[in-house]
Design a protein around this ligand. Structure first.
Ligand code: AMP
Ligand code: ZN
Length: 466
């Protein structure tokens, strides 16, 4: 029997919960998006893939989905500095901060496409939602959840929200004073854990807006409350993000949103665990950042990254390495070669295929057990009791959920770049002439350039070194 209900681990209740549409019409999903002052790294992509997997599955099971993901292009301060990340990067590249934002936003969309991550229905930009944020802040001030501090910044009054801490387990009285970027001057806010909703411009001259409280710019957390409530009609069935956003970002967002609508604004909070690279969390500050373009430069299919992610459950930390990417690249190739052959088989036992497909769908509904689903595909690939037609049907259907392009023609290598083609031809000539020292030298030279050559009775062939 196929399971038709998706269950996900909810960070707030700390247990599996069903994903349900609260209005009986569609699932309303919100995911925190990228801060567009630099290229998103593949760790960010792991978190963005989470939404795609859930949405593919929900649609497969017949749900209608509305999915919103924000673009943070203002207000995300670095933790140790009073400078906005966008402004700092604009200075470093001698460009206008909005130009920086649009460049990296475009690249973010390209990366999503390379990984077959389905686009959201809307990508609202923080800089274009300032009025929405003002409206929300006004409402919070009117209901005594927010106040203007002596530094002209508007603060959320943390103690005014009784349920603070439910997501992260942090208690207000045990919290240390907020990060420096949450306030401007000591003593300007009433309580140490209050955070800024609107920051006064002070000396800042770029990326500032007029507001009822003077010129300034939004705090980071308010944009997600304003956008999720506005674009999803005042309730979110599922809120997604990376685990590092659990606190303070999501805790503060929950306080703001719940205070604004005077009830629980989000049904499920689901967080993706971090991606490590060769043992350490992938982060710009750690210096171990890998981009989708780095994979492409190494002739790896970007979907090999997607396959690596699927080999691990979204809520366990995973360690990526070039070795695992190469193995995934080869597995993808093998599966595509096999589906191309299986496709030629005539007829198949549809019932038999469907029972395997249902089993895999059921694994995915159980908190996205993608490793188990892949294990099943591996056994199906090898099963001698299953016909090629059945195997094709299973791989074809499951690919709609996993997004690995398993039906794509096996990779054609294409032509070698001109300079390497020349070396390859010279080596053919050297072999014909019996000059094996020269042939070896050219083989080593090609190897240094990432191309391996193989000799056989039919001559030499080449492949990219992975
Ligand atoms: P940012 O652009 O830094 O705001 O991050 C965008 C998303 O990526 C957020 O949901 C983060 O939680 C998530 N994220 C950041 N680093 C990692 C990582 N190493 N692994 C998985 N997700 C991450
Ligand atoms: Zn957010």
């Amino acid at each position: 029997m196929i399971a038709t209900q998706i269950e996900l681990f909810d960070t707030k209740s700390r247990q599996l919960q069903p994903l349900q549409s609260s209005d009986g019409k569609k699932l309303r999903i919100y995911s925190c998006g990228p801060t567009v002052y630099r290229d998103a790294h593949v760790g960010n992509m792991r978190t963005f893939l989470l939404g795609d997997l859930i949405i593919r599955l929900a649609k497969y099971l017949g749900n209608e989905v509305e999915f919103i993901q924000n673009i943070t292009d203002v207000g995300h301060m670095s933790e140790d500095f009073v400078e906005d990340k966008m402004l700092a990067q604009a200075k470093a590249e001698s460009k206008d901060p909005f130009e920086i934002a649009r460049i990296y936003e475009g690249r973010f969309h390209n990366d999503l496409k390379s990984l077959n991550i389905t686009a959201a229905d809307l990508y609202p930009k923080a800089s274009e939602c300032i009025q929405l944020m003002h409206d929300l802040i006004k409402k919070l001030i009117d209901t005594d959840h927010a106040y203007v501090g002596s530094d002209n910044c508007v603060y959320f009054a943390a103690q005014s929200f009784a349920g603070y801490g439910a997501i992260s387990g942090n208690r207000l009285d045990a919290l240390k004073p907020g990060h420096r970027f949450e306030y401007t001057e000591d003593g300007a806010k009433r309580f140490h854990a209050d955070w800024a909703l609107w920051k006064a411009a002070a000396g800042r001259t770029e990326m500032i807006w007029e507001s009822p409280w003077g010129a300034g710019f939004p705090g980071w957390h308010i944009e997600c409350s304003a956008m999720s409530l506005h674009y999803l009609n005042q309730f979110v069935d599922l809120h997604l993000g990376g685990i590092d956003l659990r606190f303070p970002h999501h805790e503060n967002e929950r306080a703001q949103s719940n205070a604004a609508i005077n009830s629980e604004a989000v049904a499920l909070w689901v967080h993706g665990e971090h991606l490590l690279f060769e043992g350490r969390k992938m982060a710009k500050s750690t210096g171990n950042v890998i981009l989708v373009s780095d994979l492409i430069a190494k002739h790896l299919d970007p979907l090999s990254l997607r396959l690596c992610f699927l080999e691990n459950r979204y809520r366990s930390q995973m360690d990526l390495s070039w070795e695992s990417l190469k193995a995934a690249h080869l597995l993808l190739q093998r599966w595509r070669e096999k589906t191309a052959l299986w496709r030629l088989a005539k007829g198949s036992d549809t019932k038999q295929a469907e029972s395997f497909i249902d089993e895999i769908v059921t694994d995915l509904t159980a908190d996205l057990d993608t490793p188990r689903a892949l294990q099943k595909l591996r056994s199906i690939e090898k099963a001698q009791t299953l016909s090629d037609g059945v195997k094709f049907k299973i791989f074809e259907s499951v690919d709609a959920l996993l997004g690995l392009d398993l039906l794509k023609s096996p990779a054609v290598k294409g032509e070698l770049p001109e300079n390497l083609k020349k070396l390859f031809e010279l080596r053919t000539a050297a072999r014909i002439a019996g000059d094996f020292a020269e042939s070896d030298r050219l083989r080593d030279l090609l190897l240094e350039n990432g191309v391996s050559v193989k000799d056989s009775k039919n001559g030499q062939s080449w492949d990219y070194l992975l």
